[in-house]
Design a protein around this ligand. Structure first.
Ligand SMILES: Nc1nc2c(ncn2[C@@H]2O[C@H](COP(=O)(O)OP(=O)(O)OP(=O)(O)O)[C@@H](O)[C@H]2O)c(=O)[nH]1
Ligand SMILES: [Mg+2]
Length: 300
């Protein structure tokens, strides 16, 4: 099952359309999914809009957070509630396109562990990206590319997909704000998971205000990047050994991790496997390159 985690803070005029469009596209593709909206002390009607949809669809769940707020804290909370085996982090402000969620899902079903969307490769489509933000994005991402010797060029973008097992292996995460986007993607990268990069569509916000404050976020991005850089340089052998032995600390996920799956969870898993087999049998899925043809070509 696909679990879409949507952090939301004061997105009253966006969140309803965001959920409706996402559900329509995903269900049209026959993908079983749940949507987990993590509301961070919104002072507008965000929670009411989600609750109204929750009544109409059993696929939607609303998680309320208590202060302190923060994008990273919201993502961490959302992940704790995940029941599916594939997780997509998705924005509430209509900047991401639900059709790309389907692409992510199909890539993971085809064998990848993670899918990173890029707004800066052939095939991507970007509208109304503020020029200053774009400049900072390119400088940060180029620096990260050099430090980690990687071709992935939009790692700071939060809209990504992971197998839930990858998140369990890489966690627990520490970042509280937007730096969690780097923590999640770089943690998977240094453990050498199979990662696909795909072009995505991105649209600038048309309602509400940005929560990303560039000046405040700099030191947090730096801290996360350096932490992961030193892990890569000094202890990547330990991280890989744990990954390969499957001995990572899964019980950090205390609230959501259940070592004895319930009959409902087993049924979910069975349905996911059946869906995966069906998707694999579709011609479009079988024509996609196998992971070995499209693995990240590390440059160092
Ligand atoms: N739960 C929660 N969600 C947040 C928080 N900060 C941001 N978000 C959500 O995270 C997503 C991205 O935040 P934005 O404010 O759009 O950041 P941005 O994309 O850099 O800024 P824009 O260019 O204005 O779109 C949106 O869905 C927000 O509602 C937070 O502290 N808590
Ligand atoms: Mg945004």
């Amino acid at each position: 099952m696909l679990s879409v985690v949507i952090p939301a803070c004061n997105e009253e005029a966006n969140i309803g359309r965001c959920i409706d469009e996402l559900l329509a596209v995903v269900q049209q593709q026959g993908i079983r999914c749940e949507i987990i909206v993590v509301n961070d002390n919104s002072t507008d009607g965000t929670a009411d809009v989600v609750q109204a949809r929750q009544v109409a669809s059993g696929r939607i769940r609303l998680v309320h957070r208590r202060p302190p707020g923060g994008f990273g804290r919201a993502v961490r909370d959302g992940i704790r509630h995940v029941r599916g085996d594939i997780v997509v982090i998705y924005m509430a402000d209509l900047s991401d396109d639900p059709r790309d969620v389907v692409t992510y899902y199909q890539k993971i079903v085809a064998g990848y562990d993670c899918v990173f969307g890029s707004r800066f490769m052939r095939g991507s489509h970007v509208e109304k990206y503020p020029p200053l933000k774009r400049l900072v994005n390119r400088v940060v991402n180029r620096t990260v590319q050099l430090m980690f010797c990687t071709r992935f060029n939009d790692l700071s973008n939060a809209f990504k997909a992971y197998r839930t097992s990858v998140i369990r292996d890489c966690g627990p995460y520490r970042a509280s704000h937007f730096n969690i986007t780097l923590e999640m993607s770089l943690s998977a990268l240094i453990r050498r998971y199979r990662i696909a990069q795909v072009p995505i569509r991105w649209y600038g916000r048309t309602w509400g205000s940005s929560k990303l404050k560039l000046r405040e976020m700099g030191r947090k991005y730096l801290c996360t990047t350096l932490m992961l850089f030193f892990q890569r340089m000094l202890i990547s052998d330990d991280l890989m050994a744990e990954r390969l032995a499957g001995h990572s600390e899964v019980d950090w996920h205390r609230d959501g991790y259940d070592p004895e799956p319930s009959p409902e969870q087993l049924l979910d898993q069975l349905e996911s496997i059946t869906e995966e087999i069906a998707v694999l049998n579709e011609p479009s899925a079988s024509q996609q390159p196998t992971p070995s043809n499209d693995l990240p070509a590390e440059t160092c």
